[in-house]
Write a protein that binds this ligand. Structure first.
Ligand code: PCA
Length: 201
């Protein structure tokens, strides 16, 4: 099995992205599964195009996108991407999307295709916190999640797609009073998700 794990670069005035810190710690294999990692720019359009290209190049069985959601108390697997962009924060290309559909003809929401309940339970059984979230927000992460779910569905691509949002790191919590999780623990959560998916093969 092959899993593509993506993360984003720092955005919104931060100097690091907790997702990048965690993904940087991943090994290239977990059990019999190959892990390919890639960092994506936090830009509405470029991020989607880069992930589409990575899917063509690597043909993974699973795409797990990982993003930072400062303020969350624990890692959360997203259940759904919604067809809506609206954030006053500019992306890393200076683009601001306010109150607009992502895809004019697309459905209002698209569910992720990983077994999120089972995966979150597997993490907890192994002593790692993980929960389900029903909103990936309305910024770049949700945009990418919805766009890729739409693309994979329209093109009948044989891969499962999921999204994990991570809390801030301790370093980020020093200046803002975020709940935090260290990258080593966040990486352990990602590894557990991958090995649980491998066990299901
Ligand atoms: N988090 C942002 C975009 C990039 C990232 O890591 C979000 O939740 O939309």
């Amino acid at each position: 099995m092959k899993v593509l794990v993506t993360c984003f670069d720092a955005f919104g005035g931060e100097t690091i992205n907790s997702a990048q810190k965690a993904v940087d710690l991943l090994p290239s294999r977990v059990r019999f599964t190959r892990i390919i990692t890639a960092q994506i720019p936090t830009k509405y359009d470029a991020s989607v195009e880069i992930i589409k290209r990575l899917l063509e190049v690597h043909s993974p069985d699973v795409l797990l996108m990982v993003g930072q959601a400062a303020g969350r108390t624990q890692p959360e697997l997203e259940r759904i991407g919604i067809n809506w962009d609206s954030a006053s924060t500019a992306d890393n290309g200076g683009d601001i999307h306010l109150n607009q559909k992502i895809c004019e003809d697309g459905p209002d929401g698209l569910f992720t295709t990983l077994p999120v309940e089972k995966l979150a339970a597997a993490c907890r059984e192994n002593g790692l916190p993980c929960n389900i979230s029903y909103s990936a927000g309305t910024f770049v992460c949700n945009h990418v999640l919805y766009s890729i779910l739409y693309y994979v569905g329209e093109n009948h691509l044989p891969l499962k797609v999921g999204f994990l949002h991570l809390p801030a790191t301790m370093e980020q919590a020093l200046t803002k009073k975020y709940p935090f999780m260290e990258p080593q623990t966040a990486a352990a959560v990602i590894k557990l998700l991958v090995s649980t998916l491998t066990n299901q093969e």
